[in-house]
Design a protein. Structure first.
Length: 131
């Protein structure tokens, strides 16, 4: 049995590529994070994008749901992310903040070290939503 973690995820698709972020380990993920109990996943996406990169959301559109693989938090607790993925139009220049140490832009053929879940979300976005 695993705990459910409600999460909001941002796809910021720019001319440079799709914005991805990483902590010290340089495993890149899409910006976003867990929603507080009082918070919608949409609001969590907006908050986390700003906290992690300094980007302000101009427009946000819900795309799809994604259920991640189980993972173990500190202390051994098993967690599964239940994410809502949003396409975000943002303003500002992204800079690493808080736990984020690296910012990059992913394009097809890029050799960035993406997590498995991030690859799946980007593939679904490109296949089903990218015009």
């Amino acid at each position: 049995m695993s705990d459910k973690r409600r999460k909001g995820v941002a796809i910021v698709d720019t001319d440079k590529g799709i914005l991805v972020v990483a902590g010290r380990g340089k495993r890149f993920i899409l910006p976003g994070g867990g929603a507080e109990k009082w918070e919608s996943r949409k609001k969590a996406t907006i908050r986390e994008l700003y906290e992690e990169t300094g980007l302000k959301t101009k427009n946000i559109v819900y795309l799809f749901r994604y259920v991640g693989s189980k993972w173990h938090a500190h202390g051994g607790k098993s967690i599964r992310n239940y994410a809502k993925v949003f396409l975000v139009e943002s303003e500002g220049n992204p800079k690493p903040r808080h736990e984020i140490k690296y910012i990059a832009f992913w394009k097809t053929g890029s050799n960035l070290n993406l997590t498995g879940g991030t690859k799946k979300v980007i593939e679904k976005y490109l296949r089903d939503y990218k015009q």
